[in-house]
Write a protein that binds this ligand. Structure first.
Ligand code: BGC
Length: 468
């Protein structure tokens, strides 16, 4: 995973409308049966095809992954959050069947059915195995080479679809998928000619395999009656600038029309996946001025149109509708690690001496730079997962399981394809994607996805709201 700040570009500000249109319950008639993908998976209406609800989180309990829960509970104080729902990352082909240290997809679905006891339950999955994965970073490079779109379809998406289809008659099961974090945003901001663009992202743009892969995932998984696809849409410190926002929504619309997908296969979008951007900056807003200067001029905001994830999620939603998506789409926000509580949390606005003093004195997000993304020092757990917390938002979720590393702080040989990204090295002084700032990463981190007790402890300590 990597998520970065893009340099400022000029542009008009856009509205921040948050209105979520009324639900589509009417569309949930048995006859409409939801979108049926064009890739040979359409079926006649039958008991295994069901209508989708407007917000899958509404009125549902949330699946607790026993693998994560056990690790959390084994940490001092971890019991306080061990019953929260966290994302199940299908981050390589073998994860579908399960490995010695992680349950497979069927086992998760069976366990969810037990937890549900007949009532609605949301199972959050992360679809994360694109060819040439993580093209602007190294820590989460994956098992498939840039050209291996065939394996992605046949060996990764198809088996997941088949398993989900087996369970589609269990109508109380609502499977939420986060579709391929970072991939489409990387096509928008990290190709050549842009600060920090990489040859790897150029390759993925040129060969079209991110767009084709995302389209295929949407089409195949969207055809299953109880699957709700949410496409990853970066975070405010990545796509919040005008020059990035609408182009990103447009690329997502392109992907939603690729490989047999239709926009109806997209239930919504998720922001801040595995990132640290604050939910609401309450001590300043983007329209504030100090001594006649806009806070957008501050070093921290750097001409962004958004200063937090709630505003960004609502703004992105509008951009997506402008791009052609249905006005019924809903947003998810990953609040797993964006709490920024603890003793460093400002209790009010900064001084009115300059835009920088005002913003830096008041902001909750204590990162050195908003483009920092790896194992951030000082971070805390954010809002607990919950349904319908704000206009246009389907849920706050913990898609990144707190306590799992973002990447190793030194090189660690492995057979997962994961590289060593210096953004995870606390001694690194940065690159074009974080404005040449120190990485802000915790030391002694294991490979991405591995349990990192020191990080978990810090997240607990700095939780906001605090854990009780
Ligand atoms: C890693 C995955 C892991 C996920 C959740 C990602 O950064 O690359 O392997 O499953 O984080 O911890």
């Amino acid at each position: 995973m990597r998520q970065l700040a893009e340099r400022p570009r000029s542009g008009r500000s856009r509205g921040r409308s948050a209105g979520r249109l009324a639900g589509t319950v009417a569309a949930a008639l048995a006859l409409t049966v939801g979108p049926l993908g064009a890739a040979g998976f359409a079926q006649e209406t039958g008991s295994d095809v069901q209508a989708k609800v407007d917000n899958p989180y509404e009125g549902a309990q949330l699946y607790v992954n026993p693998d994560w829960s056990a690790k959390a509970a084994a940490e001092p104080g971890g019991d306080a959050v061990a019953n929260e729902s966290t994302g199940v990352w299908l981050d390589h082909i073998a994860a579908i069947e399960g490995t010695s240290d992680a349950m497979g997809l069927r086992k998760h679905l069976d366990t969810a059915l037990q937890q549900a006891d007949g009532k609605p339950i949301v199972v959050p999955l992360v679809i994360y195995d694109l060819p040439g994965r993580d093209c602007a970073a190294l820590a989460s490079n994956g098992e498939l080479g840039p050209e291996e779109i065939g394996r992605y379809k046949n060996d990764y998406i198809d088996p997941i679809r088949d398993i989900l289809q087996e369970y589609s008659s269990r109508t109380n099961l609502r499977v939420v998928t986060t579709i391929e974090p970072d991939s489409l945003p990387n096509l928008v901001t990290n190709t050549s000619g842009q600060p920090g663009g990489t040859p790897e992202c150029d390759t993925m743009k040129q060969n079209g395999n991110y767009v084709e892969g995302v389209g295929y995932a949407l089409a195949q998984l969207g055809a299953v009656g109880n699957v709700y696809n949410y496409v990853d849409a970066g975070h405010h410190g990545w796509l919040g600038w005008d020059s990035n926002l609408q182009p990103s929504a447009n690329v997502m619309f392109e992907a939603a029309n690729a490989s047999g997908a239709t926009p109806a296969d997209v239930h919504g979008f998720i922001v801040n996946t595995a990132n640290y951007s604050a939910l609401k900056e309450e001590n300043f807003s983007v329209t504030d001025t100090v001594n006649g200067q806009t806070v957008r001029q501050s070093e921290w905001v750097d001409w962004n149109q958004y200063v937090d994830e709630l505003g960004f999620a609502q703004g992105f939603r509008q951009a997506a509708v402008s791009a052609g998506f249905s006005s019924d789409i809903g947003m998810l926000i990953d609040t797993s690690r964006n709490g920024w509580g603890g003793s460093e949390r400002p209790t009010g606005p900064g001084p009115n001496t300059s835009v920088d003093a005002y913003v830096d004195g008041g902001r909750y997000d204590r990162r050195i730079h908003v483009g920092n993304w790896c194992n951030q020092a000082g971070a805390g757990l954010g809002e607990r997962p919950q349904a319908s917390p704000a206009a246009g938002i389907d849920a706050y979720v913990w898609m990144k399981p707190p306590g799992e590393s973002d990447g190793s702080s030194t090189e660690i040989p492995n057979d997962e394809g994961k590289g060593f990204d210096r953004m995870c090295d606390p001694t690194y002084q940065g690159n074009a994607r974080n404005g040449y700032n120190p990485s802000g990463a915790l030391p002694d981190a294991p490979l991405s996805g591995k349990w990192f007790p020191a990080q978990f402890q810090q997240l607990l300590k700095n939780a906001s709201p605090p854990v009780s």
